[in-house]
Design a protein around this ligand. Sequence first.
Ligand SMILES: [Fe+2]
Ligand SMILES: [Fe+2]
Length: 274
Amino acid sequence: MTNNDNLTTRHDAVMLECQAAGSDWRVLPAFLPVPGLGGLAVNAFLLKGTEPVLVDTGLATLGDAFLEALEAEIDLDDLRWIWLSHTDADHIGNLARILERAPRARVVTNFLGMGKMGMLGHDLSRVQLLAPGARLELGDRRLVPLRPPYYDAPETLGFFDTRSGTCFAADSFGALLPEAATPLEGVDADALRDGLVAWSSIDAPWLATADREVLGRTLSSLRRLAPTTLLSGHLPVACQGVERLTALVHDAWCAGPSTGIAPDSLEAVAVALG
Ligand SMILES: [Fe+2]
Ligand SMILES: [Fe+2]
Protein backbone atom coordinates (compact mmCIF):
# COMPACT_ATOMS: atom_id res chain seq x y z
CA MET A 1 0.00 0.00 0.00
CA THR A 2 1.42 3.41 -0.93
CA ASN A 3 1.27 6.50 1.27
CA ASN A 4 -1.41 7.83 -1.00
CA ASP A 5 -3.50 4.70 -0.49
CA ASN A 6 -3.12 5.20 3.24
CA LEU A 7 -4.42 8.74 3.01
CA THR A 8 -7.39 7.85 0.86
CA THR A 9 -8.51 4.74 2.76
CA ARG A 10 -12.10 5.37 3.78
CA HIS A 11 -12.82 5.55 7.47
CA ASP A 12 -16.40 6.05 8.49
CA ALA A 13 -17.52 8.62 11.02
CA VAL A 14 -19.25 7.34 14.13
CA MET A 15 -21.96 8.88 16.26
CA LEU A 16 -21.14 8.89 19.99
CA GLU A 17 -23.38 9.01 23.01
CA CYS A 18 -25.17 12.28 23.72
CA GLN A 19 -23.85 13.97 26.88
CA ALA A 20 -24.20 17.02 29.08
CA ALA A 21 -22.17 20.05 27.97
CA GLY A 22 -21.96 22.16 31.10
CA SER A 23 -25.09 23.06 33.06
CA ASP A 24 -27.72 23.67 30.38
CA TRP A 25 -26.53 22.29 27.06
CA ARG A 26 -26.24 18.82 25.55
CA VAL A 27 -23.65 17.72 23.00
CA LEU A 28 -24.43 15.38 20.12
CA PRO A 29 -20.90 14.20 19.38
CA ALA A 30 -19.48 12.36 16.41
CA PHE A 31 -15.92 11.36 15.61
CA LEU A 32 -14.53 11.55 12.09
CA PRO A 33 -11.35 9.51 11.54
CA VAL A 34 -8.73 11.39 9.52
CA PRO A 35 -6.42 8.74 8.07
CA GLY A 36 -2.88 9.20 9.27
CA LEU A 37 -3.80 12.03 11.62
CA GLY A 38 -6.12 10.52 14.21
CA GLY A 39 -9.54 12.05 14.00
CA LEU A 40 -11.73 15.05 14.60
CA ALA A 41 -14.72 15.58 16.85
CA VAL A 42 -17.76 16.83 14.92
CA ASN A 43 -20.24 18.20 17.45
CA ALA A 44 -23.73 19.63 17.40
CA PHE A 45 -25.29 21.08 20.55
CA LEU A 46 -28.81 21.25 21.94
CA LEU A 47 -30.44 23.57 24.45
CA LYS A 48 -33.78 22.34 25.74
CA GLY A 49 -36.29 24.55 27.54
CA THR A 50 -39.00 26.94 26.45
CA GLU A 51 -37.36 27.80 23.15
CA PRO A 52 -35.13 24.84 22.25
CA VAL A 53 -32.08 25.56 20.10
CA LEU A 54 -30.05 23.14 18.00
CA VAL A 55 -26.57 24.37 17.11
CA ASP A 56 -25.44 22.89 13.77
CA THR A 57 -26.76 19.73 12.19
CA GLY A 58 -23.95 17.19 11.95
CA LEU A 59 -22.54 15.16 9.08
CA ALA A 60 -24.81 14.05 6.23
CA THR A 61 -23.04 10.68 6.19
CA LEU A 62 -24.35 10.13 9.72
CA GLY A 63 -27.84 11.34 8.87
CA ASP A 64 -29.94 8.48 10.27
CA ALA A 65 -27.80 8.09 13.39
CA PHE A 66 -27.75 11.84 13.96
CA LEU A 67 -31.53 12.15 13.66
CA GLU A 68 -32.04 9.18 15.94
CA ALA A 69 -29.79 10.73 18.58
CA LEU A 70 -31.49 14.11 18.23
CA GLU A 71 -35.01 12.69 18.41
CA ALA A 72 -34.06 10.72 21.51
CA GLU A 73 -33.35 14.09 23.14
CA ILE A 74 -36.23 16.21 21.90
CA ASP A 75 -39.54 16.03 20.07
CA LEU A 76 -38.70 17.91 16.88
CA ASP A 77 -42.16 19.52 16.90
CA ASP A 78 -40.82 21.52 19.86
CA LEU A 79 -37.59 22.71 18.22
CA ARG A 80 -37.71 26.48 17.68
CA TRP A 81 -34.26 27.47 16.46
CA ILE A 82 -31.37 26.03 14.47
CA TRP A 83 -28.29 28.16 15.05
CA LEU A 84 -26.08 27.69 12.01
CA SER A 85 -22.42 28.36 12.86
CA HIS A 86 -21.54 28.42 9.16
CA THR A 87 -22.36 26.55 5.99
CA ASP A 88 -19.49 24.03 5.84
CA ALA A 89 -20.56 20.45 5.10
CA ASP A 90 -19.67 19.27 8.60
CA HIS A 91 -22.10 21.80 10.13
CA ILE A 92 -25.00 21.90 7.70
CA GLY A 93 -25.10 18.19 6.76
CA ASN A 94 -28.60 17.34 7.99
CA LEU A 95 -30.25 20.75 7.83
CA ALA A 96 -32.84 19.92 5.17
CA ARG A 97 -33.90 16.68 6.88
CA ILE A 98 -34.26 18.38 10.26
CA LEU A 99 -36.27 21.27 8.80
CA GLU A 100 -38.66 18.73 7.28
CA ARG A 101 -39.23 17.14 10.69
CA ALA A 102 -39.21 20.32 12.75
CA PRO A 103 -42.00 22.47 11.33
CA ARG A 104 -41.63 25.33 13.85
CA ALA A 105 -37.85 25.64 13.64
CA ARG A 106 -36.20 28.66 12.05
CA VAL A 107 -32.58 28.87 10.93
CA VAL A 108 -30.54 31.58 12.61
CA THR A 109 -27.79 32.94 10.41
CA ASN A 110 -26.44 36.20 8.99
CA PHE A 111 -26.60 37.74 5.53
CA LEU A 112 -23.71 35.76 4.04
CA GLY A 113 -24.88 32.54 5.68
CA MET A 114 -28.31 33.04 4.14
CA GLY A 115 -26.75 33.66 0.72
CA LYS A 116 -24.73 30.46 0.93
CA MET A 117 -27.79 28.52 2.10
CA GLY A 118 -29.60 29.78 -0.99
CA MET A 119 -26.81 28.63 -3.28
CA LEU A 120 -26.99 25.19 -1.65
CA GLY A 121 -30.72 25.02 -2.39
CA HIS A 122 -32.05 25.42 1.15
CA ASP A 123 -35.43 26.94 1.95
CA LEU A 124 -34.75 30.59 2.81
CA SER A 125 -38.32 31.16 4.05
CA ARG A 126 -37.23 29.44 7.27
CA VAL A 127 -34.32 31.85 7.90
CA GLN A 128 -34.22 34.18 10.90
CA LEU A 129 -31.73 36.75 9.70
CA LEU A 130 -29.48 38.16 12.43
CA ALA A 131 -28.56 41.74 11.61
CA PRO A 132 -25.20 43.02 12.91
CA GLY A 133 -25.59 43.70 16.65
CA ALA A 134 -28.82 41.71 16.98
CA ARG A 135 -29.20 39.00 19.60
CA LEU A 136 -31.37 35.94 19.77
CA GLU A 137 -33.85 36.36 22.63
CA LEU A 138 -35.00 33.08 24.16
CA GLY A 139 -37.11 34.28 27.10
CA ASP A 140 -34.88 33.06 29.93
CA ARG A 141 -31.63 34.07 28.20
CA ARG A 142 -30.21 35.61 25.11
CA LEU A 143 -27.57 34.31 22.73
CA VAL A 144 -25.14 37.11 21.93
CA PRO A 145 -23.47 36.49 18.55
CA LEU A 146 -19.70 36.71 18.40
CA ARG A 147 -16.94 36.11 15.91
CA PRO A 148 -14.63 33.42 17.31
CA PRO A 149 -10.85 34.03 17.40
CA TYR A 150 -10.34 32.10 14.16
CA TYR A 151 -12.60 30.46 11.61
CA ASP A 152 -12.66 29.04 8.11
CA ALA A 153 -15.75 30.79 6.72
CA PRO A 154 -16.56 34.50 7.03
CA GLU A 155 -20.22 33.95 7.93
CA THR A 156 -19.18 32.13 11.11
CA LEU A 157 -21.38 32.91 14.11
CA GLY A 158 -20.44 31.84 17.60
CA PHE A 159 -22.37 33.04 20.67
CA PHE A 160 -22.31 33.67 24.39
CA ASP A 161 -25.28 32.35 26.37
CA THR A 162 -26.03 34.99 29.00
CA ARG A 163 -27.72 32.62 31.42
CA SER A 164 -25.36 29.64 31.60
CA GLY A 165 -22.17 31.48 30.63
CA THR A 166 -21.62 28.98 27.81
CA CYS A 167 -19.58 30.15 24.84
CA PHE A 168 -19.83 28.49 21.43
CA ALA A 169 -16.67 29.05 19.39
CA ALA A 170 -17.64 27.23 16.14
CA ASP A 171 -14.46 25.84 14.51
CA SER A 172 -12.08 27.60 16.92
CA PHE A 173 -10.15 25.34 19.32
CA GLY A 174 -10.73 22.24 17.22
CA ALA A 175 -8.01 19.61 17.53
CA LEU A 176 -7.02 16.42 15.77
CA LEU A 177 -6.87 13.80 18.52
CA PRO A 178 -5.64 10.19 18.57
CA GLU A 179 -9.09 8.89 19.49
CA ALA A 180 -12.60 9.94 20.41
CA ALA A 181 -12.49 11.34 23.92
CA THR A 182 -14.70 13.23 26.30
CA PRO A 183 -14.47 15.26 28.39
CA LEU A 184 -11.47 17.36 27.43
CA GLU A 185 -9.92 16.96 30.87
CA GLY A 186 -9.09 13.34 29.97
CA VAL A 187 -7.01 14.26 26.91
CA ASP A 188 -3.21 14.05 27.19
CA ALA A 189 -1.68 17.56 27.31
CA ASP A 190 0.87 16.98 24.53
CA ALA A 191 -1.70 15.31 22.29
CA LEU A 192 -4.06 18.26 22.78
CA ARG A 193 -1.39 20.86 22.00
CA ASP A 194 -0.11 19.05 18.91
CA GLY A 195 -3.62 18.30 17.69
CA LEU A 196 -4.83 21.85 18.16
CA VAL A 197 -1.82 23.31 16.35
CA ALA A 198 -2.18 20.79 13.52
CA TRP A 199 -5.89 21.39 13.01
CA SER A 200 -5.72 25.16 13.25
CA SER A 201 -2.88 25.13 10.67
CA ILE A 202 -5.08 23.16 8.28
CA ASP A 203 -8.40 24.87 8.95
CA ALA A 204 -7.22 28.47 9.32
CA PRO A 205 -3.85 28.73 7.53
CA TRP A 206 -4.17 32.51 7.63
CA LEU A 207 -3.21 32.34 11.32
CA ALA A 208 0.42 32.13 10.15
CA THR A 209 0.17 35.67 8.80
CA ALA A 210 -2.39 37.10 11.22
CA ASP A 211 -1.54 40.16 13.30
CA ARG A 212 -0.29 38.58 16.52
CA GLU A 213 -1.26 41.52 18.71
CA VAL A 214 -4.80 41.57 17.40
CA LEU A 215 -5.16 37.82 17.83
CA GLY A 216 -3.74 38.11 21.34
CA ARG A 217 -6.30 40.80 22.22
CA THR A 218 -9.09 38.62 20.86
CA LEU A 219 -7.97 35.72 23.03
CA SER A 220 -7.77 38.04 26.06
CA SER A 221 -11.31 39.23 25.40
CA LEU A 222 -12.52 35.64 25.40
CA ARG A 223 -10.77 35.06 28.74
CA ARG A 224 -12.46 38.20 30.11
CA LEU A 225 -15.85 36.77 29.16
CA ALA A 226 -14.87 33.86 31.43
CA PRO A 227 -17.23 31.28 29.93
CA THR A 228 -18.22 28.47 32.26
CA THR A 229 -18.12 26.07 29.34
CA LEU A 230 -16.41 26.40 25.98
CA LEU A 231 -18.10 24.59 23.12
CA SER A 232 -16.18 23.90 19.93
CA GLY A 233 -17.50 22.07 16.91
CA HIS A 234 -14.29 20.05 16.84
CA LEU A 235 -13.15 19.42 20.41
CA PRO A 236 -14.50 17.48 23.38
CA VAL A 237 -16.50 19.78 25.67
CA ALA A 238 -14.26 22.00 27.82
CA CYS A 239 -15.64 23.01 31.22
CA GLN A 240 -13.51 25.75 32.77
CA GLY A 241 -11.13 25.20 29.85
CA VAL A 242 -10.86 28.71 28.44
CA GLU A 243 -7.54 29.59 30.12
CA ARG A 244 -5.88 26.39 28.95
CA LEU A 245 -7.19 26.57 25.39
CA THR A 246 -6.51 30.25 24.81
CA ALA A 247 -2.98 29.75 26.18
CA LEU A 248 -2.38 26.95 23.68
CA VAL A 249 -3.55 29.11 20.78
CA HIS A 250 -1.52 32.05 22.06
CA ASP A 251 1.65 29.97 22.34
CA ALA A 252 1.12 28.54 18.86
CA TRP A 253 0.25 31.72 16.97
CA CYS A 254 1.11 34.81 19.02
CA ALA A 255 4.50 33.96 20.50
CA GLY A 256 7.89 32.93 19.14
CA PRO A 257 9.23 33.18 15.61
CA SER A 258 7.06 32.88 12.54
CA THR A 259 6.16 29.31 11.63
CA GLY A 260 7.79 29.77 8.21
CA ILE A 261 6.56 30.41 4.71
CA ALA A 262 4.18 27.85 3.22
CA PRO A 263 5.23 26.54 -0.22
CA ASP A 264 1.98 27.77 -1.80
CA SER A 265 2.18 31.28 -0.34
CA LEU A 266 2.53 34.03 -2.93
CA GLU A 267 5.88 34.92 -1.40
CA ALA A 268 7.24 31.41 -1.93
CA VAL A 269 5.75 31.08 -5.43
CA ALA A 270 7.18 34.44 -6.50
CA VAL A 271 10.64 33.40 -5.23
CA ALA A 272 10.40 29.97 -6.91
CA LEU A 273 9.41 31.48 -10.25
CA GLY A 274 12.08 34.09 -10.05
FE1 LIG B 1 -15.63 25.16 9.06
FE1 LIG C 1 -16.04 22.62 11.03
